[in-house]
Design a protein around this ligand. Structure first.
Ligand code: SF4
Length: 586
């Protein structure tokens, strides 16, 4: 039987401790299940930036030993929403945590000085990061990669200047181009005076079970022969840009319509033909969906002098910095993304906030007095770059406010009805209809990945099932994803990791208790725990609303009304409340 350990770090005292958390893994599998249970110990009224607020990184029992079990969960209180914050990232972090010998890293307290936390197997050091202050998320990685040598695979997690400014939409960047993008982890790291974590170690464990090789090979074959994974490998998620636009599902000009006339210019095909220079993968993934573009720019004012940059792109980034800002030129999108990457913002949130600001300007809620002379128009990439610079420099109160979220800005300046956020989290890149919006609202992370409502919207065309039937299907999917997120499988492989496959894998690593029935139950329990925890933080289903803008826009599955949305929230709430009764016997 394998043991699981948590590295518990207290930045205030500069101490750390190795704690056996095997019992938690035996109960909640790992990943999101264990992180949720650990976050339960935290007083919900505590501010997200209080030293007592924890950050919990967690991986699962199959992490780094089976294909595509590549992700790490980060759990924290979100400074953006004031509620539970959960974000997932790939890269090498799960592998490095495994190597270091920890399935959980919990960070509490606040460092007295800007620091890099160095975790090298059993050794933990708190090194000064003074020389890294103000540095971009990209530069920090290059410097730390050179500085921290290791015999083992290393992972580097860091914040950019946005995190240091405690922006509630600051991301934490992982290795070359992966992110804990959503809900403000970068700001929480900044509040603790943590510029970066460097994780490595050689405490790998040996799998003794002879059934492992056959199990591994079965999964390997499934991944490399899967059409779905091939699609992600070839053009990546940007393959969706043009088809989504054709079915009115691609958010355009602040979600005012789903069709973007310039979609071809920012399609997966256009990016591949003009810019693709590398396809890469998270550690232990055979798919490799990460697409890197090369951007070539003239070197300041020098003639015939150029510099080149690598920028990753995917569907979400293209929607947020392309169609939703009415930019149909792939180079402009990359230039903006490069700036966002250096600052370390959540690219979805920052793009959606900027789209809100353009509309607010055009409708007269904002004037040149706010923008200090800048005129905001959709499609104007040059001006957007200036706006980003001004936000970074905290040019004035208005620009500082822009990195606090669209709901914050909508409440302060007016225009909340077209601030496109659910639970205060800016919406992702699908406007396919009711179940996409319902998923963003009810999802525990307010993410399209909570339940894939966008996929239901496409399936329900020409179907005779009722909205409530589809909501029940969506609820079931969001519950099952708790099991996958506890293993912290990349959700691109969700069709490969069926309940039978998951049970078989857990049995091989000695967790026989999770047969199909037990898996289904623990997924419901974890989902219910999260809803309860969100409610402890102040979430109420009755507070969910559909931004008025979305009622006016036609989607893939037609118009969505406020009443339809509210009715399906009630259906979802009833299902969640039923499952919360399970917690009484826990
Ligand atoms: S499919 Fe993409 S995101 Fe998922 S593990 Fe592989 S490289 Fe990472």
């Amino acid at each position: 039987m394998r043991n699981f350990y948590m590295l518990d770090i207290d930045l205030s005292s500069g101490k750390s401790e190795k704690i056996d958390v095997t019992a938690l893994f035996n109960r909640y599998i790992g990943g999101t299940g264990v992180a949720t249970a650990l976050l339960d110990e935290f007083a919900p009224e505590t501010d997200a930036y209080d030293a007592a607020a924890p950050i919990i990184f967690a991986i699962g029992p199959l992490s780094s030993i089976v294909p595509v079990a590549t992700k790490t969960v980060a759990m924290f209180k979100s400074p953006l929403t004031g509620n539970m914050g959960e974000s997932h990232a790939g890269g090498r972090l799960a592998m490095a945590m495994c190597g270091a010998g920890y399935h959980v890293i919990r960070i509490r307290g606040k460092s007295e000085f800007p620091c890099v936390i160095e975790i090298d197997g059993n050794t933990v050091r708190f090194n000064s990061a003074s020389s890294l202050r103000g540095m971009s998320a990209l530069a920090v990685e290059r410097i730390l990669r050179d500085h921290y040598k290791s015999d083992y695979k290393r992972s580097i997690v860091r914040t950019g200047p946005a995190g240091e400014r405690l922006s509630p939409i600051a991301a934490a960047t992982v290795d070359s181009s992966r992110h804990f993008g959503r809900l403000g982890l970068g700001g929480v790291l900044g509040s603790k005076n943590v510029k970066a974590l460097v994780v490595s170690g050689g405490n790998y464990w040996k799998i003794e079970n002879p059934a492992f090789n056959a199990y591994y090979n079965k999964l390997y074959q499934a991944v490399v022969n899967s059409d779905q994974m091939k699609k992600y490998h070839d053009l990546g998620t940007p393959i969706n840009v043009v088809p989504l636009s054709k079915i009115n599902g691609l958010p355009t000009r602040n979600f005012s319509q789903g069709y973007f006339e310039g979609a071809e210019g920012i399609s997966g095909e256009a990016f591949a033909e003009k810019h693709l220079s590398q396809q890469t993968a998270c550690a232990h993934c055979q798919c490799g969906c990460i697409h890197m573009a090369t951007l070539r720019e003239s070197f300041d004012q020098e003639e015939h002098m150029y510099k080149t940059f690598k920028v990753s792109y995917d569907h979400e980034l293209i929607f947020a910095w392309g169609s939703n800002l009415s930019i149909g030129n792939s180079e402009d999108v990359l230039r903006l993304l490069y700036y966002v990457e250096k600052q370390g913002w959540d690219a979805i949130s920052m793009g959606v906030i900027l789209a809100w600001s353009v509309e607010a300007f055009q409708r007269g809620y904002l004037t040149t007095a706010h923008t200090d002379g800048i005129v905001l128009n959709f499609g104007d990439a040059q001006t957007f770059l200036k706006v980003l610079e001004r936000i970074s420099n905290r040019h004035n109160e208005f620009y500082s406010d822009l990195e606090k979220g669209s709901v914050y800005c909508g409440e302060k300046y007016g225009g909340k009805d077209f601030a496109i956020a659910f639970g205060k989290n800016e919406a992702p890149g699908y406007m396919t209809g009711l179940h996409a919006y319902l998923g963003y609202g009810t999802g525990v992370r307010h993410s399209h990945l909570d339940s894939a409502g966008y996929s239901i919207d496409q399936k329900k065309i020409n179907s005779t099932k009722t909205d409530s039937d589809w909501t029940k299907d969506m609820y079931k999917e969001s519950v099952w994803r708790m099991a996958l997120n506890s293993l912290v499988i990349c959700l691109f492989a969700r069709n490969i990791y069926t309940p039978e496959i998951v049970s078989e894998g857990l049995k091989i690593v000695g967790m026989e208790q999770f047969d199909n029935a037990a898996l289904a139950k623990v997924a419901r329990v974890i989902h219910a725990m999260k809803i309860r925890q969100k409610m402890n933080f102040g979430f109420r289903f009755s507070d969910l609303y559909l931004p008025a803008r979305l009622e006016k826009a036609v989607t893939t599955s037609g118009h969505v009304t406020v009443e339809q949305f509210a009715e399906q929230v009630r259906v979802y709430q009833q299902l969640a409340e039923e499952d919360m009764k399970l917690l009484d016997s826990e």
